[in-house]
Design a protein around this ligand. Structure first.
Ligand SMILES: [Zn+2]
Length: 267
């Protein structure tokens, strides 16, 4: 067949073409292949992305038909294949639903980081912890360390606006007119304070269970009280809460009951 004829054949016989390539791939990868044209249907739009599907002539494109193995290891067998767009298949590759969701969450956070609007209202003053243990080298952790960890995630700056070190020093983090990166539900309308500490010793039973530990120093609590007093004067309508108090959050952060503590300690 000439190239032109081949391209026309491909465009006019998308199912045959997919089965032919799938059979070859199955043999290359040592996977089962047991499909006929009756096992496949050709949707008009991608079931995953909703974009129109077509065979295209010769060149692959985002909307090209693509045969996906739902569970890659099971091979090309009836019930384990579905026709989706080439783009959806490239996004999925061998990933599980959880892995694709994790990439989406990460990408969303990065996108929000890049195109932020300056904050004009502060509804919450959110208290976090660094989820690091007390003692040893962990005693020295400060904003510079957290900034480095957060930049390693691809963020443009430290996610918190303030950091309170183990020795009670209050350090500034991200400028307070910029949304932080600490809790997606409230980033755009809150300021975040991070207490260094809050995690049990590494290797302990509590650490294995993912529990927090309220191991903050008295000077940290004193600094938190002073800082929140200043911030609540500046933002009288803002509510003081712990990260875990934000509705929908399933986290131990910051390992103590901030609302109760603030009720007992506010001026
Ligand atoms: Zn937190």
């Amino acid at each position: 067949m000439s190239n032109q004829k081949h391209r026309n054949w491909t465009a006019n016989n998308p199912l045959k073409r997919m089965l032919y390539s799938a059979k070859k791939r199955a043999s290359d990868l040592g996977l089962p292949f047991n499909l006929t044209e009756d096992d496949l249907t050709l949707p008009t739009v991608c079931p995953a992305l909703g974009i129109p599907l077509s065979a295209g002539r010769g060149k692959r494109h985002s909307g090209s038909y693509s045969l996906d193995r739902i569970n890659p290891a099971l091979g090309y067998v009836p019930g384990n294949v579905v026709v989706i767009s080439d783009l959806a298949n490239r996004i999925k590759t061998n990933a599980t639903a959880d892995q694709v969701a994790a990439v989406a969450d990460w990408l969303q956070a990065i996108e929000n980081e890049i195109k932020y609007n300056p904050m004009t209202r502060i509804d919450f003053l959110a208290v976090h912890c660094s989820a690091t243990p007390a003692g040893g080298k962990h005693e020295a952790i400060g904003a510079a360390d957290i900034r480095r960890w957060h930049r390693e995630k691809g963020w443009r700056d430290i996610g918190y606006h303030f950091v309170i070190k183990r020795d009670g020093t209050v350090e500034t983090g991200r400028p307070t007119d910029q949304p932080g990166a600490h809790e997606p539900r409230i980033n755009s309308r809150s300021l975040a304070v991070c207490l260094v500490g809050g995690a049990p010793p590494i290797g302990s039973e509590a650490a294995r269970k993912g529990l927090g530990e309220a191991n903050f120093t008295p000077v940290q609590y004193a600094s938190l009280k002073t800082l929140l007093t200043t911030l609540t004067r500046k933002h009288p309508k803002a509510e003081v809460l712990g990260h875990r108090d934000v509705p929908g959050v399933q986290k131990a952060c910051p390992s103590f009951a901030v609302r109760e503590w603030w009720a007992a300690n506010k001026p």
